[in-house]
Design a protein around this ligand. Structure first.
Ligand SMILES: [Zn+2]
Ligand SMILES: [Zn+2]
Length: 144
């Protein structure tokens, strides 16, 4: 992607938070930043690993930590598998929640960064936990 060159590196993002740049943090965040779509734990593990052993539990903790730090967000697809995405696409900070696209054919989940989740008025006394807007359909690969 053309915006990739301007995107902050995993090192820079961790440094900006004063967080320790462990190898797994750097590599997991690097994988998410480079991805065009949201990735499952398994996909991240494969990409982080590249021939080296990655401890599953460590990676899981790192992914949860990235979510806590708001460096990544996670969402569950129709298959109820969590997928992770960098919270910063193309160097632009995610301002608030955005919509997602989920391919019903291949399960691919893509962040629709330009589409903000609308604010929804709730009845008095109701409290929101989260709002998810997901467009379902067929991705470009599957349409082809
Ligand atoms: Zn698809
Ligand atoms: Zn997203």
């Amino acid at each position: 992607m053309s915006t990739a060159a301007r995107a902050p590196t995993a090192e820079a993002l961790l440094a900006a938070r004063g967080a320790r740049a462990t190898r797994t943090r750097l590599r997991a965040l690097g994988v998410l930043l480079a991805a065009r779509e949201a990735l499952t734990h398994h996909e991240i593990e494969r990409r982080v690993g590249r021939g080296q052993d990655v401890d599953r539990v460590t990676l899981y903790r790192v992914l949860e930590w990235l979510v806590e730090q708001e460096l990544a967000h996670k969402l569950a697809g129709e298959d109820r598998v969590w997928r992770y995405s960098a919270a910063d696409h193309g160097g632009r900070a995610h301002a608030g929640a955005h919509a997602h696209f989920e391919c019903s054919d291949c399960g691919r989940v893509v962040c629709l960064d330009d589409t903000a989740v609308p604010s929804v008025a709730l009845p008095r006394g109701f409290r929101r936990r989260e709002v998810e807007v997901t467009v379902k359909g067929s991705c470009d690969d599957c349409v082809r």
